[in-house]
Design a protein around this ligand. Structure first.
Ligand SMILES: [Fe+2]
Length: 343
């Protein structure tokens, strides 16, 4: 009986290792599909290669394209890691059965629970907050305390925001639905669309530049763009940010909307162990401080320091919504935006 039990154990262990692969079976490489185009990622991958001898191969594209590719590749994929710029897409990838759960005591000790999926399917790399950038000389900040205030009549033709196909905006609207219900969320975005200064175009950085040029007086953007513009090599970009102030919305209510850039291990990853190794590295103090100091993103490792530029900002209340909600309400958010012809 004991013999029988032991052979079952061996079989189960074999099956488990067969799924995850063993470190010896893997090539000294890890293949990353990523939506992040930042220089800091290149630097971190290079540092990881030097530290571990594991080569990082990178494929860049928008998350939706990467998800279609992963689906088409199925169990033939060479991809080990998926990196996105949004929590909602990680949840969506899980629903598409493209991910596997992972476990690492190092990651568990580097990141608090709210930056790791409760079922182990993803972890956060950085966090970003969606704030309102405004022209200090042209906007009375008493008018704008909440996201809903961007729909006030006084802001007619003064609001700049990128298109509705952008995931940052989809997740912001998803958070409004999760916090306030679909009807209230619809009323809010109706007000925004009525106040658009122009047909949405460009990225977050372009919205700030347009405020500087006087095309509008306020814009909805992610926090790290403020640092990127302030320390840009381009003089025009540094100039664009000089008259810009920041409003952290919903301080009296739900808190400012926050999202993450995150990572997950692909279901059929050929190099599972190397993927975990890279995730452990990216959650380490060294990598987390690099994200903050070089890309002005907020770290998710609580021990990581902030650059002076960010540590000078006032403490602000952050929305504590479960990040998976951004995925659950994505479809409803896109429907509301389309209904209001926000293109
Ligand atoms: Fe971005």
């Amino acid at each position: 009986m004991i013999k029988y039990f032991l052979s079952i154990c061996v079989l189960l262990a074999y099956l488990f290792l067969g799924c995850k692969g063993s470190a010896e079976q893997e090539k000294a490489e890890v293949n990353v599909y990523t939506h992040r185009y930042y220089d800091i990622d290149k630097d971190l991958f290079k540092a990881f290669e030097e530290e571990t001898g594991v080569k990082v191969n990178v494929k860049h594209d928008k998350t939706d394209k990467l998800l279609s590719l992963l689906k088409a590749e199925g169990n033939q994929t060479q991809a080990d890691l998926l990196i996105t710029v949004d929590a909602g897409r990680l949840q969506y990838a899980r629903e598409m059965d493209l991910l596997q759960s992972f476990k690492s005591t190092k990651i568990d000790s580097n990141l608090p629970q709210n930056f790791r999926d409760k079922d182990g399917f993803w972890m956060a790399l950085t966090r970003r907050h969606r704030v309102i950038a405004y022209h200090k000389g042209r906007l009375d900040t008493a008018l704008v305390k909440n996201y809903s205030d961007l729909g006030r009549q006084e802001l007619n033709s003064r609001l700049l925001i990128r298109s509705s196909n952008n995931i940052y905006n989809q997740s912001l609207v998803a958070s409004l639905i999760a916090n306030q219900g679909a009807e209230n969320a619809y009323e809010i975005i109706k007000g925004w669309v009525a106040n658009f200064a122009r047909t949405p175009k460009g990225n977050d950085r372009d919205q700030v530049k347009s405020v500087a040029l006087g095309e509008g007086d306020c814009a909805v953007i992610n926090t790290y763009y403020i640092g990127k513009l302030a320390f840009s090599k381009n003089e025009e970009e540094r100039k664009a940010i000089s008259d810009i102030g920041i409003i952290f919305p919903n301080q009296e209510t739900t808190g400012t909307h926050t999202n993450i850039s995150g990572a997950a291990i692909v279901k059929h990853a050929p190099n599972y162990n190397n993927a975990v190794l890279l995730l452990e590295y990216l959650s380490s103090l060294k990598a987390q401080e690099a994200y903050a100091h070089k890309n002005y993103e907020f770290p998710v490792n609580p021990d990581a320091s902030l650059p002076e530029f960010l540590s000078q900002w006032p403490k602000f209340k952050i929305d504590s919504l479960d990040l998976n909600s951004l995925g659950y309400y994505n479809k409803a958010a896109v429907e509301l935006m389309e209904k209001e012809s926000w293109f």
